[in-house]
Structure formats: structure tokens, C-alpha cells
Design a binder for this molecule. Structure first.
Ligand code: FES
Length: 122
């Protein structure tokens, strides 16, 4: 079961939600289902509005580290992803700190998701 805690600057308090297998899609879909106010526009990895910071809280190796090609391009343009961070994700399973909620697939792990409520600002 995935355990996701959303911590938005624009939220009164943190909200933790649980997603079971079959209920896991994108982080943005999970947020929308629970009325978490992560900003979004394109929902296709191109606008950067859904920028979030993800912290992995399990002791085990993080799973949800695969970046989509669109996510790599958009995060790089926004200055949130370097070549070194891409290599660390792809070769050493070290997740980059910033992600796009519409591209991030929720896995069976415990994460904390921070966002500002301002489109494209973590
Ligand atoms: Fe546009 Fe996620 S909503 S990149």
C-alpha cells in the first residue's frame, strides 16, 4: 500500500492518503481524487505547473524514480533537473528531488509530497 503525505503551503495541515494496488496512478490523479490543491494545467508533462518535491520515507530503495522523457525535458528547462540527477536516477536508483505530479507514478512506498500551491513553484 502506498502512503502519501501531501504538504502544501496552501493547505491548513498535511493530509496523508493511502492507495492500494489498482488504485495507484499518477500522483496528480491521487491528489485530485482527494481534493489536494496541487496546481496543474496540461496534465501531460509539458507545462511544469504540477512541480512537487518528493521525499522518500521508507528505508528501502525508492521505487518511483523513473522519469518520463517529457518530465526530463520540462524539469531541465525549469532548472530543477541536472544531467547529474538524471544519471543518478537512471544508474544509481537515487531519485531526483523534484518531480511533475502528472508524470510520477505512485508505487507501494511511503512518500512526502511538498508543493507551494503556485504553478511551477515547489
Ligand atoms: Fe503540466 Fe503536469 S500539469 S506538467
Amino acid at each position: 500500500m502506498a502512503t502519501v503525505t501531501f504538504a502544501g503551503v496552501n493547505m491548513e495541515k498535511d493530509v496523508t492518503v493511502y492507495a492500494v494496488a489498482g488504485d495507484t496512478g499518477t500522483l496528480l490523479a491521487l491528489a485530485k481524487k482527494h481534493a489536494i490543491p496541487i496546481p496543474f494545467q496540461c496534465q501531460d508533462g509539458e507545462c511544469g505547473s504540477c512541480l512537487v518535491k518528493v521525499t522518500y520515507l521508507d528505508a528501502k530503495t525508492p521505487m518511483a524514480i523513473d522519469l518520463t522523457e517529457k518530465e526530463k525535458v520540462t524539469l531541465s528547462i525549469n532548472g530543477k533537473l541536472t544531467k547529474e540527477l538524471v544519471e543518478a536516477a537512471e544508474n544509481a536508483h537515487r531519485p531526483p528531488p523534484y518531480r511533475l505530479a502528472c508524470q510520477f507514478i505512485v508505487r507501494d512506498e511511503t512518500i512526502r509530497v511538498q508543493f507551494s500551491g503556485e504553478p511551477g513553484v515547489e
